[in-house]
Design a protein around this ligand. Sequence first.
Ligand SMILES: O=c1ccn([C@@H]2O[C@H](COP(=O)(O)O)[C@@H](O)[C@H]2O)c(=O)[nH]1
Length: 237
Amino acid sequence: MLDRPGSAAARIIPAIDTADPARAEVLAAALAPGCGALKLGLELFTAEGPEAVRRIAPHAPVFLDLKLHDIPNTVAGAVRSLLPLRPAMLTLHAGGGAAMITAAREAAEAAGAARPILLAVTVLTSIDAATLAETGVAGGTVQQVLRLARLALAAGADGLVCSPQEVARIRDAFGQAPMLVVPGVRPAGSALGDQARVATPAEAVAAGADWLVIGRPITGAADPAAALSAIVAGLPA
Ligand SMILES: O=c1ccn([C@@H]2O[C@H](COP(=O)(O)O)[C@@H](O)[C@H]2O)c(=O)[nH]1
C-alpha cells in the first residue's frame, strides 16, 4: 500500500483530466518527478479504458478515481477487475452505503499487501449547501461529510475524499488514522472553475490533509511542471 507522503512533493496528486492518451502521457512524464502520484479519472478511463492506466503506471503510482457506486456485488466485481492494473488508490462513493464499501474492501483484500488504498468520496467538492439541499439532504455540507465519513470508515474504507473545508472537522472526529485525499485545492489567484468548497494548498495541509489533488491549476498552466513546483515550494517541507 502507498505510504503516507514524506515530503511536500509527495503530497501532490495532479489530476490528469484529458481524453487524449498522448497528452496524458506527456503530462505524466513531465509531472511524475515532482509529485506523489497521478490521478486518472472518468474522462481518460471512459475514453481509453484500462490501457490508459497501463501507459501511465510506469511514470508514478496511479490514483484511479472512478468513484464506484452500484450494488455491492457489482462494485466488488469492478474492484476485482481493476486489481490487475495495480492502482495505488481507488475511489468509491460513500453514498453507496456500508454494504457496498465492505464488499469493495473484501474484494480488494485479494491483492494482499499490494491492495489499493480505498477512499470513500463524501460530498463532492463542487457541491455547496444549496446544491446539497436540492438533493434532499438538509443540515449542510459539513454534517453530511461527517455522517458519510463515519459510515465509510466503519465499513472498511481506508480514507476519505473531502474538501479542504472539512479536513479539520474530520481530524477532530476521527483522528489521524483516516487517509485524507483532498481536491478543491486552489493556489491563491487561481480560477475556481466548478469547485465550490475550496482552500489553498497551504491551508489544506495545515488543516491535516495527507494528499492534495490539483488538476487545472497545474495541467492548464503553460508550463505544468513549473506550476507544480511553485505549489510544492509553497508547502512546509
Ligand atoms: O469531490 C471531489 C472528488 C474528486 N474530484 C476530482 O479532483 C479533480 C480536481 O480537479 P481540478 O481541476 O483541480 O478542479 C478532478 O479530477 C475531479 O474529478 C473533485 O474535484 N472533487
